[in-house]
Design a protein around this ligand. Structure first.
Ligand SMILES: [Zn+2]
Ligand SMILES: [Zn+2]
Length: 337
């Protein structure tokens, strides 16, 4: 995991690379891929998340060379990146329907290739939905799809990030144990990472508002998938309750998680340098302020308050909270792979 050293003080000329938290938002590519980075730079964020094609349809027009070039020009902005992509929602790598399964594999492969062309190292994907099939069978299908994609694309460096889910319906990925089961079936597990969504884990029943429970969740994630695999966070508050298994994003600090939950994460130095992406509702508030700006301001002010002495005391506490590797039984195998 890339860690960026925290620097004290608030010099006006501090480059984004020196900031411990790498915030970004999911931004629109309407009018050209590069528009998302241009917007991110206006927001003074360190990273961005994009779709690499229209997310509502299977079809994807080829990337235009001009568009790719303009994207790379902006991506090369000093201190910016890594950029993150999110896969089309239509993709279901667990689908029991043969045609949909094949289509999902093909579409996901294409998106990984587009990411590679765009210099995007991570493609976030929901693990899939069992749709009436037993969960065990669905897990096997996801792993088989990834194995086949990796096998046929040996030079692909963009890493799929399996996202934690709220567990709505028959979706996979609402527990770290389940993500571990997928990873445990991969022939090349080093090629897969994890994206943790704060709204999803909360709705799935992990109470990140509480410091001890936040630590317990991270400890479990470490045992199951390894902290090194956590390459991205989605920062969303939740409109729905703890354990509701309902996926509804809310503005930071204005949902059921509230500021405390985000403070626990932002004070955790283990995730400094890891992209933290807002996927909160878009639009403007009553005063005409852009919600992305409001949420970013909120995150920055929370981060500023927890960085420093509290971070250091947490660092000590969290080192203690993680058990010695000899204690790790559940999910221990993946960590070593
Ligand atoms: Zn998400
Ligand atoms: Zn969500």
């Amino acid at each position: 995991m890339a860690t960026v050293k925290a620097t004290g003080g608030g010099g006006a000329k501090r480059g984004p690379a020196e900031r411990p938290h790498r915030f970004g938002a999911h931004l629109s590519i309407a009018g050209g891929m590069h528009r998302a980075i241009a917007e991110a730079l206006r927001f003074r964020t360190d990273t961005v998340q994009v779709f690499v094609k229209n997310q509502r349809q299977w079809r994807a027009a080829p990337l235009k060379p001009d568009d790719v070039e303009r994207w790379h020009e902006l991506l090369a902005t000093p201190g910016f990146g890594p950029a993150v992509a999110h896969a089309t929602y239509l993709i279901n790598l667990a689908s029991p329907d043969r045609a949909l399964y094949a289509r999902s594999r093909a579409a996901f492969t294409k998106e990984l290739q587009r990411c590679q062309t765009l210099g995007i190292p991570y493609l976030v994907v929901h693990p899939g939905a069992a749709r009436g099939a037993p969960a065990g069978r669905a897990i096997e299908r996801v792993a088989a799809a990834l194995n086949r994609i990796f096998d046929r694309n040996p030079r692909l460096t963009t890493m799929p990030l399996l996202e934690t889910t709220a567990g709505q319906g028959t979706t996979l990925g609402s527990s770290f144990e389940q993500l571990a089961e997928i990873i445990g079936r991969l022939q090349e597990p080093v090629r897969v990472g994890i994206c943790i969504d704060t709204c999803h884990v909360f709705a799935a029943g992990y109470d990140i508002r509480d410091a001890a429970q936040y630590d317990a969740m991270i400890e479990l994630a470490d045992r199951c998938v390894g902290l090194d695999r956590i390459r991205c966070w989605h920062l969303n508050d939740s409109k729905a309750d703890l354990g509701s298994r309902v996926d509804r994003h809310a503005h930071i600090g204005r949902g059921r998680i509230g500021s405390a939950g985000f403070r626990n994460l932002l004070a955790d130095p283990r995730f400094h340098g890891v992209p933290m992406i807002l996927e909160t509702p878009k639009g403007k508030d009553a005063a005409g302020n852009d919600w992305d700006r409001i949420n970013l301001r909120r995150l920055r002010s929370l981060a500023a308050r927890v960085t420093g002495s509290r971070t250091r005391s947490r660092e000590k506490a969290s080192r203690k909270a993680i058990p010695d590797s000899s204690d790790r039984t559940r999910c221990a195998a993946n960590r070593r792979r």
